[in-house]
Every structure is written in C-alpha cells, then in structure tokens.
Write a protein that binds this ligand. Structure first.
Ligand code: NAP
Length: 471
C-alpha cells in the first residue's frame, strides 16, 4: 500500500513511524488562513473547519498521486466559540494564555484519508483541555522561557513539553499530538495489510530536568529493533505538579514511566501497589499501569546493578566478604539493598556528609557500618566489592580522590558513572589487578523490566546497545 501523509509536521511523522507504518511525507502548502477566514465568514462549525482543512490537504496531494492513500489532518483550538491560532507576538501569547488559564478549551483533530481524489474515511477527535489557573508572573515566566518554541503552536503551548500547565485532560495522547493514530490503524487494517498495524503503546521518563536523559535513545532502539508499535519520550515535570500531571498522563494513554530525580519518592507514594524491593529502597524508578488499571511501583536500580556485575564478571562472589560503598544518595539506597539481598555479609558505607550515611544505615540494616569519609581507604584490604555511587569522577565533575594502593586484588570494583566509560577509579583498580565493571550496564539492565511490562517483549542488552549509549 502506498501511503502518503500530507503534512510536514515532525510530530505526526513520528507518530506514524512509531506505529511502524511506512509512508511518504509531502507538504500540501494550502492557504489555511484564507480557507479558515472564508469558513468563519460562513459561520461554519469549528469541527467542520478542521475537517475541511484536512480535506484540502489530502485532496491537494491526492490529485498528483491518484493511486496512493493520502492522510490529511488538521487540528484547531477552540475556546468560547473562537478559534485560537498561532500567537503573533509575545503579547498575543500572554493574552492567549491569560484567557485559557483556569478554563477548559477544546482541541479538534480532524483526520481524513483520500484515494483517487475521493474521501474514503474520516475521523474527528475532540480533546477537552483544562488549563490550571496561572498567575500573571507565571505567564510572564512561561513566555520568557518558551516563546521561541511555541510561537508556531496554536494557543501557544506544546502539551508534551509542559503538561503541568494542565489540571485535567479528557482525550487521547495522539489526538492531542495531532494525529488519531488508533482509528487510522483500524482503517488501514480494514483495507488490507499482511501485518495488521497496532496503535502505538506509550511510555516515558519523567524528571526535572530531563533533557539529558539517555532513556529515550535506549527504549527507541529496542522498539525499533523488535518492530514494536510504540513510543518512548522524555517529559519534564516540576515537583509541584507531579501527582496531577502523572494522573493526567496515565489518563491520556501511557502504559507507564521511568522516574528519575527528583521524583523517585513521590512516584512510590503515588502508586497503588509497590514491589517489595521498591518498598525496601523507599523509592521507585518504574511505574506500570496494570491490566486492572492500578498503578504498580517498582525499583529496578538494584536489579540493574546486580545483573550488570553478574553478567560482566565471571568471578564476582558477593558472599566472599565485605563491600565498601561510597556515597549515600538516591542510587546508594538501591545498591545497599541489592548487595545485602545478593548475600554480601557486611557493608562499609562512607559519605562526605556522614549524617546522610548514618540515616541510611539505620534505615536499611545493621549489617551496614558507617565510616568517616577520610577513613574510606582504611578498609580496602579486607573488602571484596567496591562501589562508587557518588557523582565524583563523572565527566565535568570533580575527581574522586581515592588511593587504591592497599586494595585487595581479588576485589571487584565498579563505578555507577558511565561517562567516561572507564573512570579514574576503574583505571587505578585495574592497575592493581582488580576486576572492574563500568556503570553503563546498570543503566541498560535497569530498563529491561519496565520495557517488558509496557511493551510486552523482553529486550536484549547487547554490545550494539552499549555502543549506542556510549556515543
Ligand atoms: P545523589 O542522590 O545526588 O547523590 C550524590 C552522591 O554523591 C552523594 O553521596 C553526595 O554526597 C556525593 N557527592 C557529590 N559531590 C561530592 C563531592 N564533591 N565530594 C564528595 N561526595 C560528593 O545522586 P545519585 O542518584 O545517588 O547518583 C549518584 C551517581 O550515580 C551519579 O553520578 C549518577 O549519574 C550515577 N547513577 C548511575 C546509574 C546507572 O545506571 N549507571 C544509576 C543511578 C545513578 P553528599 O551526601 O555529601 O552530598
């Protein structure tokens, strides 16, 4: 089937790609403004305006591609009977947001499919978007931060970039994004395809900030490699709006999320159920919507950490003797629980801020002995596992000052840091005869259970993925 999407929108192209639908993309270049003006003058209903614009686009491309199936689409924002276009200036954006603030508007998404210049199918989706009340100062800050990005967006927002602007949404993610991919796959399956298309499943990583996250690259690779209809994106959510935004994202169709700093504890509190390991760690990095609609929290950091060590090392024996863990932050919690579960008999814990280590030890186990930061080298001759879970040694951060002269050469040394792929700690330990394991494998393995739960396939951690993630 030769399929053309009559749109140059990168978002719509991504949606089709995520459904594993191969299509050509063409820009219809119609005069949207004048068509809308004349339809408005005829007092056409907003949904008819969206539908007509979608038709014009599909028809224009269909005329030159008579044998192809052509998808045309359009989306308009309607509030109090008025169509909101792209804001012409910063002031216009402020006006638009102050009108939409605290109110519910509609996004009308029209989809048509043409063949041989005739309409074959159409679908209109209406999403109800309730924006939370925003103060004038908040609007000013939003305009200062996002003007360049949203100046070409109707109403002046991209839902996927700032979902926290909304208090409630009734609709589906893909309709809001501008293409009703579920109904489109349904129609394409009706007209015949060897491999039925499926509406893409959705997952995301949530954090604040989140732009640096490598998770979309990893999950995108697995989706592509396994030919799965699905998408995985990064969404920035400020802490103040975490619960409400999360509820909304589940409502619009997400199967689940990875959760990172600063939301891991909030994510645990948000869930209806939690895995025993998430409960023990006191934080969640994975949220899964179950078949019954409940939200289950898990923490796979410790699983990723242990799987990394056991797959990279043929000799590591957790029970051989004590471990030394440097750092008492969020990652250390999961590492301590995982090491104890793996059978490590005793853990020395050392952190710059001793009180933080004392609290963690008291919370987790009396098998953890806290030692002062300046004494961390004193136990090196007796430990069989050494873990750096501080951020020291990371590219662009301060170095970890750590003298490994006295290290037990039978110790396995691992660093959670993966940029650089081999830290100075690992280099020094290797020079002393120790086996060393870098941090990238933990990142890859911790992602496996979530991907399997959301997308139904257990993905493989291999060299190809590792190389991709280290570039
Ligand atoms: P976090 O909660 O912010 O904790 C940071 C830790 O580093 C704390 O123990 C902190 O000590 C210590 N630290 C920071 N600056 C220091 C300095 N100048 N001197 C001494 N100690 C210092 O971070 P996290 O979530 O635990 O993550 C820690 C590291 O692990 C990060 O580099 C992160 O990227 C990495 N990580 C990797 C993976 C993976 O999959 N490979 C997973 C999770 C985390 P204080 O308590 O004294 O501040």
């Amino acid at each position: 089937m030769d399929l053309i999407l009559a749109s140059q929108s990168a978002t719509r192209r991504r949606i089709l790609n995520s459904a594993r639908i191969s299509a050509r993309f063409m820009s219809p270049q119609i005069d949207e403004e004048n068509i809308t003006k004349s339809l408005n003058a005829e007092q056409a209903a907003p949904r008819d305006i969206a539908d007509t614009l979608a038709e014009h686009k599909a028809l224009k491309i269909s005329r030159k591609n008579l044998d192809s199936w052509v998808i045309g689409c359009d989306q308009i924002l309607v509030f109090e009977g008025e169509i909101f276009g792209k804001p012409a200036s910063r002031e216009a954006l402020k006006d638009s947001l102050s009108r939409l603030s605290g109110q519910t508007h509609r996004l009308i998404t029209a989809n048509v499919i043409y063949k041989d210049c005739k309409p074959q199918w159409r679908h209109i989706a209406i999403s109800h978007m309730s924006m939370r009340p925003m103060s004038a100062a908040e609007i000013d800050a939003y305009v200062a931060a996002y003007w360049q990005e949203v100046r070409h967006a109707a109403g002046g927002y991209h839902f996927e970039r700032t979902p926290d602007l909304f208090s409630a949404v009734r609709g589906h993610w893909f309709d809001i994004m501008g293409l009703s991919i579920g109904p489109i796959t349904g129609f394409l399956n009706q007209i015949g395809t060897n491999n039925p298309y499926q509406s893409p499943k959705l997952a995301a990583v949530l954090g604040h900030p989140i732009a640096q996250s490598k998770s979309p690259r990893m999950h995108g690779h697995w989706l592509q490699k396994n030919g799965i209809s699905g998408d995985y994106i990064a969404i920035d959510i400020p802490s103040a709006h975490f619960n409400n935004t999360l509820n909304m994202l589940f409502d619009v169709g997400f199967s689940g999320f990875n959760v990172t700093i600063p939301h891991k504890e909030h994510a645990l509190a948000f869930a209806d159920h939690m895995s025993p390991r998430a409960q023990r760690i006191g934080a969640a990095n994975t949220l899964i919507k179950t078949d019954s609609g409940d939200i289950r929290a898990d923490n796979t950091d410790g699983y990723g950490f242990i799987t990394n060590l056991s797959t990279q090392s043929e000799t590591w024996q957790p029970k051989a003797g004590p471990a030394l863990v440097l750092g008492a932050g969020g990652a250390a919690r999961a590492i301590l629980v995982a090491l104890l579960d793996a059978g490590v008999p005793k853990i020395y814990l050392s952190n710059r801020t001793r009180a933080r280590a004392d609290d963690l030890a008291a919370e987790i186990s009396d098998l953890i002995e806290v030692i002062d930061w300046q004494d961390k080298e004193d136990v090196l001759s007796e430990v069989f596992t050494v873990v750096n879970s501080t951020s020291l040694g990371m590219m662009g951060k301060a170095a970890l000052e750590f003298d490994v002269t006295d290290i037990n050469p039978h110790a396995l040394v691992t660093d959670l840091i993966y940029a650089p792929s081999e830290t100075q700690l690992l280099k020094d330990a290797r020079a002393r005869g120790c086996e060393v394991v870098g941090g990238i494998g933990m990142l890859l393995h911790q992602a496996v259970p979530g991907f399997e739960a959301w997308f139904g396939t257990r993905p493989e951690v291999d060299q190809e993925l590792e190389a991709l993630m280290l570039t």
